[in-house]
Design a protein around this ligand. Sequence first.
Ligand SMILES: Cc1cc2nc3c(=O)[nH]c(=O)nc-3n(C[C@H](O)[C@H](O)[C@H](O)COP(=O)(O)OP(=O)(O)OC[C@H]3O[C@@H](n4cnc5c(N)ncnc54)[C@H](O)[C@@H]3O)c2cc1C
Length: 504
Amino acid sequence: MQDPDLIIVGAGTAGLVLANRLIHETNARVLLFEVGPQYPKWALDAPLAGLRLRKAWSWTTSTVPQKELGGRTIPIPMGRLAGGTSAVNAMIAAIGPSTDFDAWAKAGCTGWEWEELRPYWEKATLSKTQRIMPVNPPTFVSDFSHAFLEGCQQEGCQKVESLTGSQSETCGLFDLFQENGKRISTAHALKRLQLSNRFQIRTGVEVLRIPLEGEKAVGVEVGGSRSKNIIRSRHGVVISAGAFFSPQILQRSGIGPASLLSSARLKVHVDLPGVGLNLQDHFGTPVVIQSTTLSPGRKSQWISAALRYLFFGNGVMASNCCEAGCFLSGQRNSPDLEILTLFQTNRHPHAVELASILMHPKSKGTVTIDPCNPSGPPIIDPQYLTASGDADQILEGVERIRSIVNQPALRRFGLTTEILPGSMKGRDFLRLHASTYHHPVGTCRMGSDDLAVVDPGLKVRGVSNLWLVDNSIIPAIPAAHTAATAIVIAEKAADLLKKDLSEV
Ligand SMILES: Cc1cc2nc3c(=O)[nH]c(=O)nc-3n(C[C@H](O)[C@H](O)[C@H](O)COP(=O)(O)OP(=O)(O)OC[C@H]3O[C@@H](n4cnc5c(N)ncnc54)[C@H](O)[C@@H]3O)c2cc1C
């Protein structure tokens, strides 16, 4: 495509929702670059099979050693293919409490309160004619998930029809981004997009940086170590590369903290000290309990499960792996903790696994280019559990899990021996076993203050014709599952960009 109106970097969760709206609701010509391959339907459409994060479709990134985790590095997989992380995630559709979005607006992000965002969520997921990501109840729910919900009710939680995170002390099954037992990712919208001659996607191409002329973004530089190429666009560039790679691309382009850019010997185009700060993630810990009644299933059972899925699209292969949950102990109507049931694990086949996950961590980290190798992978330092109170809250969740599994509803599973934490002391246990629950956000924060990277119109401050549209713009992590957040951000961005594009 020659002279596109707009280039989007990253065909991920947000990038593909945005491309869809711009193609179907404007006359813009859009060129989309994705470093990963096309979405492999055959491998990822089946929910349970698709949850295996293979190197071919996932970044193999890790954090730097974490001080409060005894120097452990934490693997942080994310989708690296068309559809981005929505193509490899657990498909949970939970948008979180309205109060968390209202807090964004109160902190200076005018226009981002829930009442503004709600129509976008409904358009993306509910509208029969316009939805991109249909949401449905799960087609398979295990006996254990049902019993867990009964146990939560015996513990005093209110059971809701579909669990969204909108209230504390509620439990339920999650609605899923699934249809007829198959995964729905944003890559599924590509089929319709590719019918338009105003749209082109180039997969397997890495965007290295955004070239600027004066203060104006004029296109993208793509390529590898051998050859580099600049592709120009008429009206600018949207970066949708996710919470780790959007700040990396900005910093490589000379947009970021001046001291970091100078130490990497890069020209400072715009000194934006907030680029790469404010990394937040839902962090937590597994709790694993031996069961006297559960077994991993014989080979023949798995074969019949696969055949059932193949012919009828249901059964255990349609499970998203985390079917049920509850949100606990919140203030301001926003939960502090989420408890999830996880599928019977490979690590402990005769056991159940649950997770205690912190929804509003106070610990914040950074993403920076490596000053000695700016074109290499970013340095990711979430500084997990460094803020006081975070570890204690996760451990409170462990206590609540113990209390739930002791309720009469779960007795039939014979959950007598706790494997993790078992006899380990709280902090020692977290040091060895706490981990990410995969919701990194916030590294190019939206706002109106000096550390904000984008304004509430999603324009990068100090640069014209450059926008950011993905979870990197989140100011404060909501008690949500963050594919939902990326989708809402992209829907709102499409409306904002429609106005901007008509002005440039
Ligand atoms: C294992 C796992 C399970 C999860 N489960 C759930 C869940 O059940 N429900 C939920 O709501 N959320 C879940 N999440 C989180 C959620 O999926 C993500 O937060 C969300 O999809 C991120 O959207 P995004 O648009 O910000 O980034 P992404 O969807 O990650 O998109 C970024 C895209 O940019 C591409 N890219 C990056 N750099 C470049 C470059 N230089 N050039 C070109 N392309 C580039 C990437 O390859 C990727 O395709 C899960 C995450 C993981 C890892």
